[in-house]
Design a protein. Structure first.
Length: 332
């Protein structure tokens, strides 16, 4: 069983019931999420052994967050406690012509104020198989940014594989330019995951054409990424938002060895909740690659897993390997 280490902020999610507008009625539904948390939980359901490294407040909300992780099979032994508060985000799911809307309230959270020196990454990554992070973390403050630098340095020393999900969040970066920060992590990653927009904004590699971009254009984008940043694999997701309630979804996996781009089938999905779709793609892709699946099968599996997530309320993708495999074309 592969030991996966995921580092990032855990958040509390507050959403109006059903398809209501935010604060249309007095009640809000609470749950938990966060990019790396969502990936870790998907990993657990796929049979991997994920450990979550994060920082939670030492109060009843932090306690509830830990219970939620444990309930999904995530190891919380490396979670630190302290700080002032848990970050929040408010999600209005949208419907039909009304798009999803998200409001963040995560300034001065426990994770944003963590001291990078508190984490012994050499000890933590000893015996690990993989480190997964996202481009959200360095946007949250000096402490998280430095901690991520230390994590990558320790991963190199321990020869632990690394993946970077770009996860462009403009509200978190403000006027800061992510191209001053993210490339240093891309150069140290074995797998880079992102959509064409995030790749352009965060790494400066533009994709020719308009949405949906052609496989030929995406092939050239992936080739440039591996050439400029030295990673072995690039995964590119492609979401067509037909409406808030219906999405087209497919993905591509490029392998620098052999200069091959592999495309998944296109899924057209009636969306229940789009949050966490990309995170479940990451978890499924890493499971498939670490399981030794060939690249065409790996990207099919990951795309199908993330399409299934779009049908599940909340951030977490609670599907198993067998459930995903039922959606795959029959192996030849």
């Amino acid at each position: 069983m592969k030991r996966m280490v995921c580092f990032g902020e855990m958040l509390m999610r507050l959403s109006p019931p059903g398809d209501e507008r935010l604060l249309q009625s007095a009640g809000l539904v609470t749950s938990f999420g966060g990019s790396e948390v969502n990936a870790a939980i998907s990993m657990a359901h796929f049979g991997l052994r994920p450990e979550m490294v994060t920082y939670l407040p030492a109060n009843a909300i932090g306690d509830a967050a830990l219970r939620a992780l444990r309930a999904e099979g995530v190891d919380v032994s490396r979670v630190r406690r302290g700080g002032r508060r848990m970050g929040l985000y408010f999600v209005e799911r949208g419907a039909d012509l009304r798009p999803l809307s998200t409001v963040y309230d995560r300034a001065d959270s426990s994770f944003a104020e963590l001291d990078a020196g508190e984490i012994d990454w050499d000890e933590l990554l000893r015996g690990a198989d993989w480190l997964h992070v996202s481009g959200i973390t360095p946007a949250l403050g000096e402490g998280p940014w430095c901690a991520m630098q230390h994590a990558y340095a320790a991963a190199r020393r321990a020869k632990v594989g690394t993946s970077l999900d770009l996860n462009w969040r403009p509200a978190l970066w403000g006027k800061r330019d992510p191209k001053r920060v993210i490339p240093e992590f891309a150069r140290q990653s074995d797998v880079i995951i992102g959509n064409p927009g995030a790749i352009a904004i965060m790494l400066g590699v533009e994709t020719a054409g308009t949405m949906p971009e052609s496989p030929e254009a995406l092939h050239e984008t992936a080739r440039r990424l591996t050439s400029e940043f030295g990673c072995g694999r690039v995964a590119i997701t492609q979401r067509e938002v037909l409406s808030a309630s219906e999405h087209g979804w497919r993905a591509f996996l490029y392998e620098a060895a052999g200069d091959q781009l592999h495309a998944s089938r296109r899924h057209q999905v009636r969306v229940v909740d789009r949050v966490g779709g990309g995170d479940s793609f990451v978890a499924a892709l890493l499971w498939a690659l670490l399981d030794g699946q060939p690249a065409p099968r790996a990207v099919e599996f990951a795309a199908a897993a993330s399409a299934l997530k779009l049908t599940i309320p909340g951030d977490f993708n609670r599907v198993t390997v067998a459930e995903v495999q039922r959606l795959l074309p029959t192996a030849e």
